[in-house]
Design a protein around this ligand. Structure first.
Ligand code: UT7
Length: 327
């Protein structure tokens, strides 16, 4: 099996930055409530009418530029997202079109809740390691503002829009994917859901009237499950890598809630200065949260060769998992 590493990262946030104070003008909420319950101060929201896939195109372009690779190199594109650009076809072909990828690469959408990006890196890594592909583009992209219920203050204040991307290739050096742990607990599949618009309950006047196309979340159930899931997956992936939590240079958790991130770090014994947190600025961008945080870390010059990076997420399904990388 070949070793596989991340050779480029990129991200994109839509320019419209919305503060908690802005939301408090539109609904019965407050900066104090949102900040103290979640750690979120602001989020970026896609303008109505703007094509969501373009965020993925921008993030992917930046990742390819950072990798110093031309689009022609990409032979597989994975778009991790919860809700595709349109039901058929999905988001990946729209990103491929926006990038004008010349070599007709394989492309697919991957739906694994907020863990989709971690799943995408793990699966692309395995395919590259087996020699099936030679250059993978994995994009985490989400326009949650388009399917949250803006009258439900329990969910709409939590989310933001954005995209992040990485380029993966076989690695000639020590940098590599060292460990992977992916799981799904189907007993929790009702915790986060969009009930209508699929084949179980196709769109109808009635489903729209009832607001069944909006994201519903059992916040407390998700909250309680998240920390043990990410801790378990991280310990398993570390074990596979022959490492321990104290070896982690950077823990990059899915940015769902500061009150989830902090206990996770505490249970793993990782000090806060080694935990990457941007939920205050970007809120929960679902599948995009980890690649955005990874790209910000790299662009800030805080990643060094040899660093051990843990990407860990949980989300709808309930899918969860961790990938351990040596940078
Ligand atoms: O990516 C994965 C997706 N989601 C998550 O990871 C989220 C996980 N869950 C959470 O982060 C937390 O459960 C929340 C932040 C969603 C909620 O925090 P909580 O402490 O569990 O609040 P709650 O839902 O129990 O609500 C407490 C109170 C309620 O008022 P009453 O019934 O006690 O009078 C809510 O109506 O807070 C009220 N409330 C709000 N007040 C102001 C709920 N949302 C808001 C709001 N502004 N936006």
């Amino acid at each position: 099996m070949l070793k596989v590493k991340v050779v480029g990262t990129g991200s994109f946030l839509p320019p419209n930055r919305v503060t908690n104070f802005d939301l408090a003008e539109r609904m019965d909420t407050s900066d104090e409530w949102i900040r103290s319950r979640t750690g979120i101060h602001t989020r970026h929201l896609l303008d109505p009418g703007a094509p969501p896939a373009q965020m993925g195109v921008e993030a992917a372009r930046a990742a390819l530029a950072a990798a110093q690779l031309p689009p022609a190199q990409v032979d597989v594109l994975i778009a991790a997202t919860n809700v595709s650009e349109q039901p058929v076809p999905g988001t990946a072909p729209h990103i491929a079109a926006g990038l004008d990828l010349p070599n007709e690469p394989a492309f697919l959408d991957l739906k694994a809740g907020c863990s989709g990006f971690v799943y995408g890196v793990a699966l692309a890594g395995a395919a590259l390691a087996a020699g099936v592909f030679r250059c993978a583009l994995v994009v985490g992209i989400e326009a949650l503002s388009r399917f949250v219920d803006w009258t439900d203050r329990r969910t709409c204040v939590l989310f933001g829009d954005g995209a992040g991307a990485v380029v993966l290739t076989p690695s000639p050096d020590e940098a590599a994917i060292l460990g992977v742990s992916l799981h799904g607990d189907h007993g929790k599949l009702a915790l986060l859901r969009v009930e209508a618009g699929g084949v179980r309950l196709p769109a109808s006047v009635d489903t729209v009237k009832k607001g069944l196309h909006f994201l519903k979340m059992e916040g407390e159930g998700v909250f309680r499950a998240a920390v043990p899931m990410m801790e378990q997956a991280t310990r398993e992936a570390l074990h596979q890598a022959g490492l321990a939590p104290q070896d982690i240079t950077w823990l990059i958790p899915h940015q769902a809630n500061l009150r989830i991130i902090r206990p996770l770090a505490a249970r793993l014994g990782i000090p806060e200065e080694r935990v990457v947190i941007n939920i205050d600025r970007v809120a929960n961008t679902s599948t995009a949260s980890i690649p955005i945080a990874l790209d910000e870390l790299r662009r800030a010059g805080r990643l060094s060769p040899g660093d051990v990076v843990a990407l860990t997420a949980f989300g709808a399904g309930a899918a969860y998992g961790t990938v351990i990388l040596r940078w």
